[in-house]
Design a protein around this ligand. Structure first.
Ligand SMILES: [Cu+2]
Length: 300
């Protein structure tokens, strides 16, 4: 019995480290590849690191600030329809701040904290970028430019931003809000949660039924005619062509009619119609002449 208990205790002790999430800290493992690009063999990456060079317009570093940002599925739970998120959706810093970002990826997939729109003479492709496969921590530092501007921060792994991993960093007062930031701004493509699957299917069935009725009724009243639907499609085709021609001609006509009175516009339209008819008749007669002359050549 004692043996059994001690074996149980041993199993419990060994399982504790498995239960607790271990974050791999990449900060001491990174190799500096120059130009602010740091990488390690475990897949941690920092790009656009800048700890010393002041951006143009900054006389000095206004303040040194450190922020910790978490990324993971669990932070998206409060945002309906989202799958991934940062734990913070908006960051505010003063112009010319030296900002160190401690990025903690809580998921078992790869995430990024990628900032865009920075001056390209200082940050390659205008980007500052932290990336790591989780669970892990990684840190990087940059110096922000002067001026009020809102910068996009997102995870660029396919569909992670669309699924909610999007935030904004405002330097100074910023210059507005970016769209589709969970909890901050409206979604560009709003999800429609109206109606359950059964009601949607009932609507589809009703629409299909309604579409089927007109096709059946003419068949009953006039058994010979399968044409009505055909005629409909011809009319709509002609309508489409007419609309296309109208759209093409509209800018030309608008220019021509500029500054004319109503009677002048009508006169011009008739003039254009006459010219068009004349052109058509001329083309037709030319065609007839051409065919006739060919025939004449062949006949003798
Ligand atoms: Cu991600």
């Amino acid at each position: 019995m004692v043996k059994l208990l001690s074996a149980g205790a041993l199993i419990f002790l060994f399982s504790v480290p498995v239960l607790a999430v271990e974050y791999e800290d990449h900060s001491g493992m990174l190799m500096d590849h120059g130009d602010g690009h740091l990488m390690d063999m475990a897949g941690g990456m920092v790009m656009g690191q800048n700890t010393t060079t002041l951006p143009g317009g900054c006389d000095s570093i206004s303040e040194s600030k450190e922020i910790t940002v978490h990324a993971g599925h669990k932070y998206a739970e409060k945002f309906p329809g989202r799958m991934f998120a940062f734990d913070t959706q908006e960051f505010n810093v003063k112009p010319c701040t030296k900002l160190t970002v401690h990025f903690i990826n809580d998921d078992n997939v790869r995430h990024q904290w990628m900032m865009h729109g920075l001056p390209k003479y200082l940050y390659p492709k205008g980007m500052f970028h932290l990336e790591v496969s989780g669970p892990a921590k990684i840190s990087g530092t940059l110096i922000l430019p002067p001026g009020d501007k809102t910068y996009l921060v997102h995870c660029d792994i396919a569909q992670h931003m669309e699924k909610g991993m999007k935030a904004q960093l405002k330097v100074g007062k910023g210059d507005g809000d970016l769209p589709s930031i969970p909890g901050v701004t409206a979604y560009v493509i709003p999800d429609d949660y109206k109606g359950s699957l059964s009601t949607v299917m009932a609507e589809v069935a009703a629409a299909a039924e309604a579409a089927a009725i007109p096709a059946v009724v003419p068949a009953k009243t006039a058994p010979t005619a399968t044409q009505p639907p055909k005629e409909d499609s011809v009319i709509s085709g002609v309508t489409v062509i007419g609309l296309a021609i109208g759209l093409l001609l509209a800018p030309f006509l608008a220019k021509k009619f500029k500054g004319m009175s109503a009677s002048e516009v009508v006169a011009t339209i008739f003039d254009l119609l006459r010219a068009g008819i004349e052109l058509a008749v001329k083309l037709l007669s030319d065609l007839v002449k051409f065919v006739m002359s060919n025939k004449n050549k062949i006949l003798p």
